[in-house]
Ligand binder design. Structure first.
Ligand SMILES: NC(=O)c1ccc[n+]([C@@H]2O[C@H](COP(=O)([O-])OP(=O)(O)OC[C@H]3O[C@@H](n4cnc5c(N)ncnc54)[C@H](O)[C@@H]3O)[C@@H](O)[C@H]2O)c1
Length: 270
């Protein structure tokens, strides 16, 4: 693995590091190793656990609380980050997902619609809000890169993923639509990474996750991609080596999404 200078001189904002299993946690560690400076943020309620301060210490940075559904919080996040980092940012990681329907075990055919709105607001609209606030403040440098994390349930049905599948479909659509406008206006790129199932707090919230992660592993010619590998892909997308990649949903799943049958998965059923 490179411990070099791929992100030397770059500044960023990383959403969503809850604990050391979080994909965003690994992204922060890898960005730091590659020479980036960034602020960390999470919802005020998630910060109460306090673990994120260990990450901030390690990466010599600060944590700015922000509920990603609140434009006021996002406004403050971008202006404070530019103050701390001494200028506009070059990259943003959106690593946020939450469904009250999944948490409360509501079946997809019996959803609570207040919860559904919350799912969409937290898991999808928050990307739009982040981009809109960033554009209004002109907070992202030209050729900057915004990455949000998605899942293949945006394209195919995974019944227990519930309303998160709809939220991810919307998230990917927002990345395309905003990616167009931000590209034209400021040459900022916006992509989603569709990641393998990964054992984190959000991942483990999905019913039957342990069996499913084993099935996905068996279905993927390369096996499931880890959180660390996902972080490496994020680093590549934040770097200048991927300058013309935008408005894409990029599968990072060991080949799962294009596999219809695998002997290893069949063997699990015997
Ligand atoms: N774990 C998986 O299997 C998997 C697979 C594909 C994609 N993803 C996606 O990766 C991203 C990161 O999830 P993770 O697996 O690292 O789990 P995680 O639980 O560590 O991260 C989810 C984060 O979202 C934050 N969050 C929730 N509500 C928020 C709000 N209102 N404002 C700001 N932050 C809020 C949480 O505090 C947490 O830090 C999510 O978008 C998730 O859907 C996860």
């Amino acid at each position: 693995m490179s411990n070099g200078n791929l992100l030397k001189g770059k500044k960023g904002i990383i959403f969503g590091a809850l604990d050391e299993k979080s994909i965003a946690w690994k992204v922060a560690e890898r960005c730091y190793e590659e020479g980036a400076m960034f602020t960390l943020t999470n919802a005020p309620v998630a910060l109460r656990m306090g673990v994120i301060n260990q990450l901030a210490e390690k990466c010599k940075t600060q944590v700015i609380p922000a509920d990603a559904t609140s434009e006021t919080d996002l406004d403050n996040l971008f202006s404070k980050s530019m103050e701390i980092l001494g200028g506009k940012v070059d990259f943003v990681l959106h690593s946020i997902g939450m469904s009250p329907n999944v948490r409360k075990d509501k079946h997809y055919t019996a959803l609570n619609y207040d919860f559904f709105h919350k799912t969409l607001d937290v898991s999808a609209l928050s990307l739009h809000k982040t981009l809109q606030v960033a554009m209004k403040q002109d907070a992202i440098n030209e050729w900057g890169s915004v990455v949000a994390l998605s899942y293949v349930a945006a394209q195919r049905v995974f019944p227990d993923y519930n309303d998160m599948g709809d939220a991810k479909a919307m998230l990917e659509s927002i990345a395309r639509s905003f990616g167009y406008h931000y590209g034209v206006k400021k040459k900022v790129r916006v992509n989603t990474i569709s990641q393998s199932p990964t054992p984190t707090t959000a991942g483990a919230g999905v019913k039957g996750f342990d069996d499913f992660i084993a099935f996905a592993h068996a279905m993927s010619p390369l096996g499931n991609a880890s959180a660390l590998d996902c972080a490496n892909y994020c680093v590549a997308l934040f770097s200048d080596l991927t300058k013309f990649v935008t408005m894409q949903n990029l599968f990072h799943d060991g080949g799962f999404s294009n596999t219809g049958f695998s002997e290893a998965a069949m063997a699990l059923m015997k």
